[in-house]
Each structure stands twice: as structure tokens, then as C-alpha cells.
Design a protein around this ligand. Structure first.
Ligand code: SAM
Length: 332
């Protein structure tokens, strides 16, 4: 078994590739397992998180620990890893032991795991302070990457979960196309609901792209590494669910004038009138395409929609796509 060169503060360890062979750890498709084994790339990914020395880190989906050992080698104070697949127990236990009590393992689903207690009280910062030395890092499984970031953006908006500790930054991988959507600028082909949701809550930076061939097994897509830093003040001043609803409806007819998607916020009987009122209140040109709207215009649309909801509170639950969406008559 070949040994990898000594990593600072960790004893010499077998190479991850050898551990995968030793324990016959073949990738499981259902868990979107694509391992990143090239030390240059794992190092580059961890460096994208910025300075983590002396900090607290949560790694999502460590697998056999290729990123984990880089994180530990940066002399972090504490590392917590969340992994669903118990087959990785031997290599992760080996790392935990080598870490000198700095690493703990949570076996479970990151989608339902609350990170509020993962970091100590004394590392907490105020929201308006610079981000704390707490980091979330992960080579995410593709199948949960989008639901997970949506969930965490909601948590950021509510300052819950890991974000009770302040503006905790995240460095995460996504399918390249998803990464491009998250950073997409106004007027571009990639601009979508996810661009609005991510950019209104965070400064989002697509750091670099890793070619699919760098992973084992090789996925059919390339992978984007994205860094998120929560804004002190969200750019849209409305609850997460309301912003999400307005963005989702607006983009439901991507190539049409934005008023077409906005109309779907209202039942047919009030659609025309209320859409006109909405656009007027928001001072938005209804003939712009959804991808031509700025985050500030979405802010005004959300404010205007909130004003209309004050008059028609039951509209909040109206969903034009749901089979049991409101009967128009219920609303008056
Ligand atoms: N970090 C390793 C690497 O870079 O080689 C593995 C990355 S692999 C893309 C994704 C990892 O996330 C796998 O280890 C997989 O078992 C784990 N995983 C998948 N779904 C998960 C979930 N819901 N919660 C926690 N871990 C999950």
C-alpha cells in the first residue's frame, strides 16, 4: 500500500485510493458518490474556503476522507463530518483517531441534520460582524445539492441552523450548470429562480470548475466550486417563502414577458387587474423577460405582492399549479 507524503499535524496515512480498494468501497450511484482523489484538486477546493486555520469546519459527505484530511492538515480546531454511508466507517474512524480528538463523525442525512450545536458558543458572531471562523465545505452529492442549498438559503434568511453563529460561509460543489445558474447575471441565458434566491441572500462566487474526468467514477458533467458569504442585509426584504413564490411564478414562463408569469400569482377572476396593480406598485415594466429583471426589481415585486396580500390574505396560499388550488369564489 503506497503512503501519501506526511501532511502537517497528521501521521502518515494510506492513500485514499488504497483505502477504497482495501475496504472494497465502490461508489454507490443512489448516493451520488463521485470521489475526488487528486490531492492538488482537493487542496484547491479546500483553499477556496479561504483561511480555515484555527477555525471550526463542517464537511458534508466526507466519503473515504480525501477532502477531510486536507481540512485537518490546515490545523483546524474542530472538524465535524456528516456522512450517510456507514461503509466509510473504517477510513473515517482512522482519520478521527489520527486527528488527535479534533474530528467527530455524524452518521446521518445532512438534509435533516441541524448544525446549530455543531460549533461552540464562543465562536458565535453577530450577524453584522465579519463572518466567523466557521466554514461549511463539501463535495456534495449531485442528487441533494439543489434541495440542500435551497434549505440552507432559507436557514440563512432565518438565521437558523449553522447561521445562529453568524454569517457562516459555505464552499460547495454543484453540477457546473447549476453553479452557473447561481451566479448568473441579469440578461443571461442561465438566469433563473436559483440566481435570485442565492444572490439576494449571499455574495456568490463561482471559484473554478473541475472537469468530470477528475472524479472516480467519472460523472457525465463537470463540477463547479461555489463560495457563498451571506449578506448582512438581504437584497429582498420579504420572507423566504414569499420571495421563492414570486421568483418561481415569474420564471414559470421564461421566454415570455414577465407579466405572464406574475399573472399566475392570482386566480383567473382577478388576474388581469391584480397583475396590473402589482406591476404599477412595483414600478416594473411587465414586458421585460424574467431573466431581464434585476434583484432590486424582484424586491419591489415582493413588496408590491405583500401589499396585495394585506388586502387578500388568502392569496398567500394560492397556487395556480396545484390541483386543489383555490376556487376563485373563495377569495371574495
Ligand atoms: N468527499 C468525498 C470526495 O470528495 O471524494 C466524497 C464525495 S461524494 C460526491 C458525496 C458523499 O456524500 C458520499 O460520501 C455520499 O455517501 C455522501 N452522501 C450522499 N448523500 C448524503 C446525505 N443525504 N447526507 C450526508 N452524506 C451524503
Amino acid at each position: 500500500m503506497s503512503a501519501i507524503p506526511l501532511i502537517s499535524r497528521l501521521p502518515p496515512l494510506p492513500a485514499v485510493r488504497d483505502l477504497l480498494n482495501l475496504y472494497r468501497l465502490q461508489a454507490v450511484k443512489q448516493l451520488s458518490q463521485n470521489f475526488l482523489l487528486d490531492p492538488k484538486l482537493t487542496s484547491k477546493l479546500v483553499s477556496a474556503a479561504g483561511k480555515i486555520t484555527n477555525g471550526y469546519v463542517c464537511e458534508v459527505g466526507p466519503g473515504a476522507g480525501s477532502l477531510t484530511r486536507i481540512i485537518l492538515s490546515r490545523n483546524v480546531r474542530k472538524l465535524i463530518v456528516v456522512e450517510k454511508d456507514k461503509r466509510f466507517e473504517p477510513p473515517l474512524e482512522m482519520l478521527a483517531e489520527a486527528s488527535g480528538d479534533r474530528m467527530s463523525i455524524v452518521w446521518g442525512d445532512v438534509l435533516s441534520h441541524n448544525l446549530e450545536n455543531a460549533f461552540p458558543e464562543e465562536s458565535k458572531c453577530d450577524w453584522s460582524d465579519p463572518p466567523p471562523n466557521i466554514h461549511i465545505i463539501g463535495n456534495l452529492p449531485f442528487n441533494i445539492a439543489t434541495p440542500l442549498i435551497i434549505r440552507w438559503l432559507k436557514d440563512i434568511s432565518e438565521r437558523s441552523n449553522a447561521w445562529v453563529h453568524g454569517r457562516v460561509p459555505m464552499t460547495l460543489t454543484f453540477q457546473k450548470e447549476v453553479a452557473e445558474r447561481m451566479v448568473a447575471k441579469i440578461g443571461t441565458r442561465e438566469r433563473c429562480r436559483l440566481s435570485i434566491m442565492a444572490q439576494h441572500l449571499c455574495f456568490v462566487d463561482h471559484k473554478f470548475t473541475i472537469p468530470g474526468r477528475a472524479f472516480v467514477p467519472k460523472p457525465n458533467v463537470d463540477v463547479g466550486v461555489v463560495h457563498f458569504t451571506p449578506h448582512i442585509t438581504p437584497k429582498i426584504k420579504a420572507p423566504f417563502s414569499l420571495v421563492e413564490k414570486v421568483a418561481r411564478n415569474t420564471f414559470s414562463f421564461r421566454q415570455k414577458y414577465c407579466r405572464r408569469g406574475l399573472e399566475t400569482l392570482f386566480p383567473t377572476s382577478m388576474r388581469e387587474e391584480q397583475t396590473q396593480i402589482l406591476l404599477k406598485l412595483a414600478d416594473v415594466d411587465g414586458t421585460l423577460r424574467p431573466f431581464e429583471l434585476s434583484v432590486e426589481e424582484f424586491n419591489r415585486l415582493c413588496q408590491a405582492y405583500s401589499t396585495i396580500l394585506e388586502k387578500f390574505p388568502s392569496l398567500e396560499r394560492y397556487n395556480s399549479r396545484s390541483k386543489d388550488g383555490f376556487d376563485d369564489t373563495l377569495l371574495y
